[in-house]
Design a protein around this ligand. Structure first.
Ligand SMILES: Cc1cc2nc3c(=O)[nH]c(=O)nc-3n(C[C@H](O)[C@H](O)[C@H](O)COP(=O)(O)O)c2cc1C
Ligand code: SF4
Length: 410
């Protein structure tokens, strides 16, 4: 059932002497325009959460004028339940490096950064060594394979804030500023790092791009369906018998099969209550509604999203209020505080949920929904905009149960 097509098959890619850099060589051979066209035609969508088409992002960045251009690889991986980028950084770092080189070549950047989550010490160590060896071997900072393309790549260790995964906060953090989101527009592709055009891409997106440009493998675009191309790395966790990292081809497996076959079903013979399909910034899918093929559009149709690929199974043994409080505390702690509705709204939600738990009062669902809408409309960045997705979806689906009893244990 596991569909290990691109990333989970084969040996680790750590030895630079034996790595052929076929994708970047191919790109240098066909030129910038055709490289971008190939990525566009492949239908690759960003794997960092927002699902923006990578080829279009590269094309826009290539067309913008700038004194300098930058590429930033987003390896902050702060979404709870997500650990796929760590795998790529530690076991396929050469593929990540090649993806960064490809993006830089395509958009005309000669400087790049990789921003790695501070807690990922091993990833940082491995990737630092890769950068050093690449310099020694004249793969970085040199006219690569006798072309006019050269790239300076720096590694930045993240400082431990969820908001720094947001592309504009991450840019601020690289510049040495406080990690808080910038107002958009201007978007990073127009005015990003050091006010210059900047492409920010997720680790997995860049690995996918390397796959698309690999002349030996035409597989990427043949995998999946229109609107959801290629494969997706899934981080299965929660109450599953077989949690872990899996790779699936889009639309060839249902969410039910992901939970019951790949994930081995629910631990301790408990009943599943719902699935959080893409990290805690996504709306839950009820246990009885899992029978649909895994794709971007299928989640969109259901008012949710595949997010970062963190699939969390939640059984009926958990107290719903405790779960909501847990998520609410996370957002209360992680808001950067710039926008009043996000800073104060998340604190108020936590207060309402606590009152419900401690005083067993009727839950103020309308007030939660009002606050949620205000945050969604007024928040500057995705942290605020999605902070209520989990909580409001639990209330929408299980609100009646909450009203009648405070704690519920099915
Ligand atoms: C609060 C917040 C945290 C985010 N964390 C990450 C992250 O850890 N990694 C990531 O690639 N994208 C993250 N994103 C999305 C980025 O802003 C951006 O969309 C992404 O890096 C673009 O890459 P892609 O187009 O390749 O997906 C986050 C967004 C928000 C709002
Ligand atoms: S929405 Fe929240 S996290 Fe984002 S900028 Fe505003 S206060 Fe900061």
């Amino acid at each position: 059932m596991a569909q290990e097509k691109l990333y989970l098959k084969g040996d680790k890619l750590l030895d630079i002497s034996n790595y052929e850099f076929k994708s970047i060589k191919n790109a240098l051979r066909i030129g910038r325009e055709k490289t971008i066209k190939k990525v566009k035609d492949s239908g690759l969508k960003g794997r960092g959460g927002a699902g923006f088409p990578t080829g279009i992002k590269w094309e826009m960045a290539a067309e913008v004028e700038g004194k300098e251009k930058y590429v930033v690889c987003n390896a902050d991986e702060g979404e709870p339940g997500t650990f796929k980028d760590r795998y790529l950084l530690e076991e396929r770092p050469l593929k990540v490096l090649e993806g960064i080189m490809l993006a830089a070549y395509a958009v005309g950047a000669d400087k790049a950064y990789i921003y790695i989550r501070g807690e990922y010490s091993k990833s940082i160590e491995i990737f630092s060594e890769i950068i050093e060896t690449a310099r020694e071997k004249k793969i970085l900072d040199a006219n690569l394979f006798d072309s006019d393309f050269k790239l300076e790549l720096k590694l930045i260790r993240g400082a431990g804030a969820y908001v720094c995964g947001d592309e504009t906060s991450l840019i601020n953090s690289i510049e040495g500023k406080r990690g808080r989101s910038r107002i958009k527009p201007p978007y990073p592709i127009e005015k990003g790092l050091f006010k210059q055009p900047t492409v920010v891409n997720n680790v997995e997106s860049l690995c996918c791009a390397a796959e698309v440009l690999n002349p030996d493998s035409e597989e990427f675009s043949e995998l999946g369906i229109k609107g959801s191309k290629g494969t997706k790395l899934l981080c299965l966790s929660g109450d599953l018998n077989k949690p872990g990292l899996y790779e699936v081809e889009f639309a060839q497996i249902t969410l039910a099969e992901i939970i019951y076959d790949l994930g081995g079903g629910i631990k301790g013979n408990e009943d599943l209550r719902f699935v959080i399909p893409g990290g805690i910034s996504t709306a839950v899918i009820k246990a009885e509604d899992l029978d649909f093929p895994y794709s971007y559009q299928a989640f969109e149709k259901r008012g949710s999203s595949l997010g970062s690929g963190a699939v969390i199974a939640v059984s009926k043994k958990h107290d719903l209020i405790d779960l909501m409080l847990n998520v609410s505390r996370f957002y209360m702690d992680e808001t950067c505080g710039t926008c009043f509705p996000c800073r104060e709204g998340n604190r108020q939600i936590n207060k309402i949920l606590n009152a419900f738990k401690e005083e067993d009062r009727k839950i103020e669902t309308e007030l939660i929904s009002d606050i949620g809408n205000t945050i969604r409309l007024a928040a500057r960045c995705g942290l605020g905009q999605s902070s209520l997705n989990f909580i409001t979806s639990v209330i929408e689906n299980y609100g009646k149960e909450l009203k009648f009893g405070g704690k519920i244990y099915a």
